[in-house]
Design a protein. Sequence first.
Length: 474
Amino acid sequence: MKEKLDKFFKISERGSTVKTEIVAGLTTFFAMAYIVVTNPNQITSFSTIGSLGDIWNAVYVASILVAVLGTLLYAFYAKLPFAQACGMGLNSFFFVSFILPALLSGGDVIEGYREGLAIILLSGIVFLVLSLTGARVYIAKALPDCLKKAIPAGIGLFIAFIGFKNVGIIQANMYTFVQLFDFHGAVEGKEFFDAWCAIAPVVLSLLGLFAIAVLDKKNVKGSVIITIVAVTVLYYLTTWQLPSFDLGQIGESFKDFGEIGIFGAFQGFGTLFAGGVTAIINAIVLTITFALVDMFDTIGTLYGTASQADMLDENGDPVDVEKAMACDSIATVGGAVLGTSTCTTFVESAAGVAAGGRTGLTSLVTAACFFLCLFLTPVAAIVPSCATAPALIYVGVLMLKNFAKVDMSDIAQAVPAFLALIMMPLTYSISNGIAVGAIAYTLITLFTGKYTKKDIVVTIIAILFTLRFFLVTM
């Protein structure tokens, strides 16, 4: 069995082992498992009242199924160590674009939900056509070299920011936007145990980060997963809590999934264009917006994780990028049919890559873990954010090294690269970082006389994103 796995996934050929791939798959799952409950929460704005509760249940099941589908595509078709799930940001945009208007107007929320699925299906078909024709790969490879090198580093900062934010190391501040966790405010006036429980997630996550660094420095295999398990155990022991499983909602979730989720996109087409020309124009703008954001989120993630895995070709492009793009496209179409928002390659895949994942076996293990979530609602709740945050922050450290490859002595390269790097975490969006970098590159090369024929593609990208910024609020 082990030999068959090795041969099929080319594990030895890529310098890995079955054990390493399994550990990497578990690491990726734990790093991104939050999406299981976060996605339905984002799409319903954390409400489970009335029809929104029905949508929550349908999206919960659909989110897991599309994660399994998309990740299995990576496992068996592309044979790459990446995982897919519903994209963050796009799910919130889904709520604002389709469900919120129905709530505010007193309309049918489920109708709005299904119209949104119809738009996702259209954007998925656009992805698929672009992928099958090779256009998506051409666009990806046409990116300027400075952006290709800055994107992985920007994603590293973005991943680290997610880790800091998820566990509360970074907090919102009305005056400075962000601040360090307020230890004094958290413990003031509390008894010792209550004070500890208030700061435990932050303290344990920081200790976890240091532990990963020490273990990795000592060349201990599986440093990330070891730390995730250790911090999880410490969290429950020191806060005197027990992980809980909510099994009561399983039947209701599948019922709502069958009644309003799956194939709901096709019903959405019946009302999507009912408003005439205005509705058609709105649908086109929304389809293009979802297509643009997902395309460049995926491109950015692929370049970032492939760079981390040392899986770039001689031109600095990911190996088998055509297959990766096809996986993403098919998963988005599948997700719309199942009843959820855009599916995309997850940036947290880099956590598994950092743990040594190099083949599709990593993805297979991750997909199997997601499948279990269908029957244990949710498995994700077992692992607290303080256990996964150190892994995300550490991946950010590793990926930041890519920025050292940018030629900072050439300001025409340095400015676009820096903007792509910094705008990803600051705007909480990979695609925004690529967009601002592309706009800067186009303008600088144009006004310095360095513009060439090969820059036409990045110029088109810059124009499309400029239009999106002015036409659509996200």
